[in-house]
Write a protein that binds this ligand. Structure first.
Ligand code: G3H
Ligand code: ZN
Length: 283
């Protein structure tokens, strides 16, 4: 059934686990994420990023409607989340498009401007009954920018600053920069677990990890044990999907029917979702 992100994150915090959130781009992503979650019998979040909306010609509804229908028919709770929103126009479409939550991303701005923009977004979101996540510090590697940015210590989230940011903005959850980087195609990132510990004790809202595709399994389980309550994955699914399609087309160079390669792509994503969710659960 369709669930609310806030409910799933609260459940995860109570169970001392994390809820996995996967970025969806195509209908095959939607079907595969739901199938993967059903195969491990755990709740899941379907995320649509502002970039995915741009890819769909600026239209949110086609993917949102598909995700809502898949969620309603799922045997596990499935929530819809709008991810990395920078545009106020997109933010305002969230409730009518069926989203129970948004991540408002003003982390590229200096502290004071991030706070002001986030506080305004939070007030609007709460009036609409939306759960809202924001980011402080900056997880690098967004929009094709060099992933190495994120290793600069200045990009990390400072615990004292984070405490003030959460209190002054009223956000429901905070995305923290602790060493993960978006869009990594190797699982080689190392997290600052000491910083995570300090953040977890300084803050009383759930912590969110972005760029989780770049983490080895042990880093992921340690992060979940250390207080990460929502873990976001995107690139891992693209690696699985594109790899499966590439292998299929190399093996079948005369293939024509798109269902042939989309079938293997969807199966590969389903398996990757199930694998990731088992690792998250072990945390
Ligand atoms: O918000 C989405 C996630 O942070 C995805 O990051 O593509 O590196 O797994 P990733
Ligand atoms: Zn992210």
């Amino acid at each position: 059934p369709l669930a609310a992100t806030g409910e799933l994150v609260t459940w995860a915090a109570t169970e001392r686990t994390a809820v996995a959130a996967f970025n969806i781009i195509t209908l095959e992503h939607v079907e595969a994420v739901v199938a993967g979650a059903e195969s491990v019998n755990a709740p899941v979040i379907l995320q649509v990023s502002e970039n995915a909306v741009k890819f769909r010609g600026g239209r949110l509804l086609p993917l949102a409607r598909a995700a809502t229908a898949a969620a309603e028919q799922a045997s596990v709770p499935v929530a819809l989340h709008l991810d990395h929103v920078q545009s106020d126009g997109l933010l305002r479409q969230a409730p009518d498009a069926g989203f129970s939550s948004v991540m408002y991303d003003a982390s590229r701005l200096p502290y004071a401007e991030n706070l002001t923009a986030t506080r305004t977004a939070v007030q609007w979101a709460h009036d609409q009954g939306l759960w809202i996540e924001a980011e402080l510090g900056e997880v690098g590697g967004k929009n094709g920018r060099p992933p190495l940015d994120a290793h600069a210590p200045a990009a990390r989230t400072d615990p004292a600053e984070a405490r003030a940011f959460v209190a002054d903005s009223g956000v429901d959850a905070l995305a923290v920069a602790i060493g993960s980087v978006h869009a990594m195609t190797t699982r080689t990132a190392a997290l600052d677990h000491d910083l995570l510990k300090r953040l977890a004790s300084a803050l009383d809202v759930p912590l969110v990890l972005h760029g989780s595709s770049g983490l080895p399994d042990t880093e992921l389980t340690t992060a979940v044990t250390g207080g990460i309550t929502k873990v976001n994955f995107g690139t891992a699914l693209n690696l699985a999907m594109t790899g499966a399609i590439r292998d299929f087309l190399i093996a079948h160079p005369k293939a024509v029917d798109s269902r042939a390669y989309l079938t293997v792509a969807r199966e590969a994503v389903t398996e990757e979702v199930a694998r990731i969710m088992r690792v998250v659960r072990a945390g």
